[in-house]
Design a protein around this ligand. Structure first.
Ligand code: CO8
Length: 374
């Protein structure tokens, strides 16, 4: 028999370090000037391209981002390094991502008024995991003392919503009594801080969500999952070639193509209509209308993108109350964005209110859940 599945808690872990647009632009511009001075002759000869300057005005206008959090700030602004300096941890130490995941998971369990005994499946789902195996999820499962199973999933920006669907289906089918979905988004090691077009986009964060069958829920803020949908359409417009083949294909494992890169303008144009159409169909599939949705917890990649999607959906601009923004503070945190918005903006909803959690990004991938407050 199919169980009614409920989101019973969500948790957020925020790194202590902030990197402002001003700091990032000052560092990138100093790097670009040094690069151009170092290669002046080659630039004059047309053999090397001069690096252009970045600007805080552009970043805020084009994206809505004002700052981002960093798990480790040391090294990011150093123009001789331009990447965070993460201390290497021994195999018997807690890994970086497990540490982030545990903090977010504990916050979600607390919000759900749940403990390790209520969980028998852990899914760590994010844009990257720091190793192939053993799974970060199993490390977290072990640290929390959870009996059951754990596995990692990678679906870039849709990792959270796609994992929530896996969790939902396991509980609905009766094969799981409770699932922890965790998104330790450690994005800063994959950002090319030497690239003006993308150096400002990402931030680090950890989020987690607890799903349980309705009859086991003790949380004061619980949301019945009315419907969910996950869709992918292949595109190379957002890509990273980082992977295990670098060892054997004789390519430079640190080359730019091994870091995040995108054709942002194309992504913007192609993903906005896809996401709006997806959301409308998804809401209607559960028998509701877009006007009946009280809150849209949307993926946080770009403020203009979110405004466009909501305008296309509602035929008007949405207030921050209807579609809350968190990317001014957090930047794009890959799969965690919509979950941060949910964590920060759900407790004021009342019984019966409808909300939608939605992600969109690399793949392309779009995932959404329509939920109703119990
Ligand atoms: N400062 C000043 N000027 C700049 C800068 C800068 N920093 N960057 C670009 N410019 C210039 C450009 O060169 C261009 O100049 P010109 O007109 O002379 O050619 C001009 O400004 C305009 O550039 P764009 O057309 O690129 O500007 P947009 O208005 O399109 O804004 C954005 C760029 C912000 C990137 C925007 O296109 C966007 O946000 N698009 C959506 C992208 C998106 O959502 N991507 C999803 C990525 S995340 C994801 O899927 C998950 C991946 C996994 C996580 C990765 C972790 C690292």
């Amino acid at each position: 028999m199919s169980q009614t599945v409920v989101i019973s808690g969500a948790g957020l872990w925020t790194p202590e370090h902030i990197v402002t647009n001003e700091e990032l632009v000052e560092s990138y511009n100093a790097y670009a000037q040094a690069h151009n001075a170092r290669h002046a002759d080659a630039i004059d000869a047309g053999e090397v391209e001069a690096l252009p300057q970045s600007s805080t005005e552009f970043i805020e206008k084009a994206s809505g981002i004002k700052q981002r959090y960093a798990y480790v700030k040391d090294g990011i602004l150093d123009i001789e390094r331009m990447r965070p300096r993460l201390p290497r941890r021994a195999d018997d130490e807690l890994s970086h991502q497990a540490q982030i995941a545990l903090a977010a998971a504990q916050a979600a369990l607390d919000a759900a008024h749940a403990s390790a005994d209520d969980i028998d499946m852990v899914i760590v789902s994010c844009a990257y995991t720091e190793r192939s195996y053993p799974a970060i999820a199993i490390e977290v499962q072990h640290a929390l003392g959870i009996e059951g199973s754990g596995f990692d999933m990678l679906v870039a920006c849709s990792a959270a919503t796609f994992a929530l669907q896996r969790a939902h289906d396991a509980i609905a089918a009766g094969s799981s009594k409770g699932v922890l979905v965790i998104n330790p988004e450690l994005t800063s090691p994959q950002v090319n801080y030497k690239d003006r077009d993308s150096h400002f986009i990402f931030g680090d964060v950890g989020t987690a969500v607890v799903l349980q069958p309705k009859d086991r829920v003790r949380s004061p803020h619980a949301y019945e999952v009315l419907g969910l949908k996950a869709v992918t359409v292949y595109s190379n417009n957002i890509r990273s070639n980082f992977g295990y083949l670098s060892y054997v294909d004789d390519s430079d494992p640190y080359a730019n193509d091994k870091l995040f890169h995108q054709n942002g303008r194309k992504v913007f144009k192609e993903v906005c209509p896809m996401a709006a159409d997806h959301l409308k169909a998804q809401v209607e599939q559960v028998g509701a209308t877009v006007d009946g949705v009280k809150r849209w917890w949307l993926h946080q990649a770009n403020l203009n993108m979110n405004q466009l999607i909501v305008r296309r959906l509602l035929g008007r601009d949405a207030s921050n109350d209807e579609a809350p923004t968190v990317l001014d503070e957090f930047a794009n945190t890959a799969s965690a964005g919509s979950i941060i918005a949910f964590c920060r903006h759900h407790e004021d909803l009342v019984r019966g209110d409808l909300g939608v959690i939605c992600s969109f990004g690399a793949g392309y991938s779009i995932g959404s859940l329509v939920v109703r407050k119990l």
